[in-house]
Write a protein that binds this ligand. Sequence first.
Ligand code: NGO
Length: 525
Amino acid sequence: MNKNRQKATSVLIIIAMVMISLSCSTTSTSDLAGESIIPKPVSITAAQGFFELKANAAIYIQGESEELRKIGNYLADKLRPSTGFALEVITDDKVPGPGNIYLSLSGTETKPGDESYELSITKKMVHLSAKSPAGLFRGVQTIRQLLPANIELSTKQEGEWKIAAGTISDYPDYGYRGAMLDVARHFFIVDDVKRYIDLIAYYKMNALHLHLSDDQGWRIEIKSWPNLAIKGGSSEVGGGAGGYYTQEQYADIVKYANDQYITIVPEIDMPGHTNAILASYPELNCNGKATELYGGIEVGFSTLCTDKEITYKFVDDVIRELATLTTGPYIHIGGDESHVTKKEDYIPFIKRVQDIVLAHGKLVMGWDEISLSDLNPNTVAQYWSSAGNANLAVSKGAKILMSPAAKTYIDMKYDSTTVLGQKWAGYIEVDTSYIWDPATLVPGIGKDNILGVEAPLWTETITNMDELEYMVFPRLPGIAEIGWSPVSIRNWDDYRIRLGKHADRFTVMQINYYASRQVPWSENR
Ligand code: NGO
């Protein structure tokens, strides 16, 4: 070979190598700032290069804390099946050598439950640091989303596990970011609730509100009033068998959620939405006669008898047992649509029930109607339909949890062709549920008045996990982003592209989702 041909051949080889390396490096490893993380992090700074997770990597955690070890194990459990790597979890006070993931606590927690985290990715190491374990747990979700979607598969995959280099500094805009699941209209078993917890954790939500009682069913064992679960738990919408959680099962759900830094907020709806109670105990009816169990979907026809003393004994017993099962600060007392309770009875009833909850060491949440009553300090009103009620609550010193039905009710149909769901609050396409700002939606209610956001899933028409997921995805990730990412960095055109890229993740996580035409989905469906 003469010199010129040699030169030409080496140029060709170099070009070929560059092309091969370009085709191997997916967009997901080239630019940290271009990654499709939901909720969008507060700040991302991209750097050159990438970190590659290899077979000899370990997850180092700082110090001997059992809590941090748990988070390390959680991350390892997520990454082991698809990578096939051992990913030993090692506690060590020294900063680990190259090739590893390092989780550490830094600084001091400024407020309890601080969920901020910092993520630094270099060629040498992925270093996640936070002021609290909750922050580390949120950061772990970012690491999952930065790896290729196949990381979520449960069988070993061939492939490179790269993360683009750079730093992320992130923290939530609102302290409460929740989902609500109505297990009363249709019952969902413990494993379903656990899957839902896993899914909301992936989008950094930190609360799951369980609607445990309604006209159609009672879903939690109460030892002092056993018939609530036995009889009241035996019905649901459409005449199915219903079901209930034993206290052991419920405690298991609470623990499962707490391990993912998610608070369970239990709701016992009263004085309306109480037919299942009234069917179980005749003495709680004003006429002393039990009602029939109910499997329809009408609302607003039932009420506890607010004049009878036994009603308050009942409430006290239920709240006492529930409070011992509740690790979070709140118990939700419902209070919505008590259309057959006289206003003069409703107002003192809600006041007295608040006092009972407080006496058992918990704070009160209730739907926005509770603002008609006196509100105890720290009571939270959940805005769903009446801006007037929400403003009244604020004037009484309450904080607002934002669940505007026309934006966050993910039981609403997407459009006129959606088979599942209701439409009384309007159709809610993906853009409608995303394009709004909690701090400006209701005149008179600003950011300082707001505790956070919550997406309720009422289940009159939702009977199983496939149906649940279809209504929840893809609207829930958007609501999670509204709660986490500041309004200044949120933008529908950017969001829809990031959301579209999550299609691959939905698929590998076997999430049944609605492929809205508004979103450029990354996979061919
Ligand atoms: C309303 C009603 C619920 C229904 C839901 C259906 C509230 C707070 N109360 O919301 O009982 O299930 O609408 O969308």
